[in-house]
Ligand binder design. Structure first.
Ligand code: HSE
Length: 300
């Protein structure tokens, strides 16, 4: 049996739409072992009763992608999932499921696929690399697609920054979060985001925290998604006024993440009040960047 620990991720980080992702120290666990026949899936934690226990389970489906690529005919498997990442809130729960599945499946076959091959399998399955790449590698990952092929670069983040995640108590699918986006944007908005994405990566790498407030600005997706997340713009404003270094929508939302050097409790409380004014309850998590990514912690 193998046990894999896989982190939550926050994608986009503002301007890096579909390109940037950062792993966070909130983890799901996938235990997997072969058995004589059949499929047994047990789930604990987030999403418990709503997660499929049959062949439609995405951890199982992702594992099958690895076994098919390796021409391994799996006759039977037992999977136990212990989930701590909230589902469909923009913290990479599906990427964690897919990544956990492929890493466990590869470990059970004694590691026939490289990490780069696993990233390709995971990206084909998820449809975009910005969550699966940091879930796999940890740290801040820049990913691009060239036709169907994914290329990525991981940088470990050494930082004092804490990440305050304010998680509204409603779900938002990435599919719905993409339907509100325009198909075309102006050259001015493209330039706005290119500059800020480059600035953000450099500022995070070199610890130039004063630039994050500019580096996390975005015109490609957040303004269009505000209609799906009542209180988002007010929460951004309150986070900045309370001293956040930067604040952004996490993936396609509805979670917001504030990057904080101090006063994280106060910043999160201020953001919470913006949602409370809209009648929306939230949970708060205080997190840190994870530089390890998915890791086989037992067996393998
Ligand atoms: N980058 C994608 C989006 C997926 O913003 O729609 C985030 O999970």
């Amino acid at each position: 049996m193998v046990t894999v620990r896989v982190p939550a991720t926050t994608a986009n980080l503002g301007p890096g739409f579909d390109v940037l992702g950062l792993a966070l120290n909130l983890y799901n666990y996938v235990e997997m072992e072969f058995c004589a026949e059949g499929l047994i899936i047990e789930v604990e934690g987030e999403g418990g009763s709503g997660i499929p226990r049959d062949q439609t389970n995405i951890v199982y489906q992702a594992a099958q992608k690895v076994w098919q690529k390796c021409n391994y005919d799996c006759k039977g498997v037992k999977i136990k999932l212990t989930n701590n990442i909230p589902l469909a809130r923009g913290l990479g729960s599906s990427a964690a499921a897919i990544t956990g599945g492929i890493v466990a499946a590869n470990a059970l076959l004694d590691y026939p696929l490289t990490n780069e091959e696993l990233l390709q399998v995971a990206t084909n399955f998820e449809g975009h690399p910005d969550n699966v790449a940091p879930a796999l590698f940890g740290g801040l990952v820049i990913s691009i697609m060239d036709e169907e092929q994914v290329f990525s670069h991981k940088v470990a983040i050494q930082t004092d920054l804490q990440v305050g995640a304010v998680i509204p108590h409603f779900t938002l699918s990435t599919k719905n979060g993409r339907q509100v986006l325009p198909r075309q944007i102006s050259r001015e908005d493209a330039t706005f985001n290119i500059g800020r994405t480059a600035l953000l990566v450099a500022a995070l790498l070199q610890g130039n925290h004063d630039l994050l407030q500019y580096g996390m600005q975005d015109r490609l997706h957040q303004p269009y998604r505000a209609c799906l997340i009542p209180g988002m713009e007010a929460a951004f404003q309150k986070a900045r006024e309370a001293g956040a270094q930067g604040v952004t929508l996490s993936g396609s939302g509805p979670t917001l993440v504030a990057f904080c050097l101090q006063n994280i409790d106060h910043i999160c409380q201020e953001m919470t009040s913006a949602f409370t004014e809209q009648g929306i309850e939230v949970s708060i998590m205080k997190l840190l960047p994870d530089n390890e990514g998915a890791r086989v912690i037992n067996g393998g």
